[in-house]
Design a protein. Structure first.
Length: 116
C-alpha cells in the first residue's frame, strides 16, 4: 500500500493518461479501452498502467503495443499537464481483473447449480 500522496498522484496520472490517450490518433487505439489503475514506484521512476480492452486478444495486444510504443509522447504530455519535472517511465499491461472476476463468477454459478 502506497502513501496517501502516492495514491493521489496515481489517480491524477490515471486521469491525465485517459485524456492524453483519448486524443491520440493511432488506429490501433480505435477500440473500447480504459485505464483501470496506475501503480507508481515510490521513487516515481516508473509506473505500471493496467489497461482493460474490450475485444479479441489480437485487438488487446495491438492496443497495448501502441500504448507502449507511444510512451515517450505520453510522458512528455503528462509532464506538461501535471507540471512535474520528470514523469515516470510507463509500462502498459493488460488488466486481468475483469477476466478474473468472470472466472470467479463462473465458479460461483457452477457451485450454485450443483447445490440445486
Amino acid at each position: 500500500m502506497g502513501s496517501a500522496k502516492n495514491e493521489r498522484l496515481n489517480e491524477d496520472i490515471k486521469k491525465e493518461l485517459i485524456s492524453i490517450v483519448s486524443d491520440m490518433k493511432d488506429p490501433r487505439l480505435d477500440c473500447f479501452w480504459t485505464i483501470m489503475r496506475v501503480e507508481t514506484a515510490p521513487d516515481l521512476t516508473n509506473a505500471k498502467v493496467h489497461v482493460s480492452v474490450l475485444g479479441s486478444e489480437e485487438v488487446t495486444k495491438d492496443c497495448i503495443k501502441a500504448l507502449n510504443k507511444a510512451q515517450g509522447h505520453i510522458r512528455g504530455e503528462l509532464s506538461k499537464r501535471l507540471h512535474i519535472r520528470r514523469s515516470p517511465e510507463f509500462v502498459f499491461v493488460k488488466d486481468e481483473g475483469a477476466a478474473y472476476a468472470r472466472h470467479i463468477e463462473d465458479i460461483l454459478r457452477e457451485i450454485k447449480k450443483n447445490d440445486n
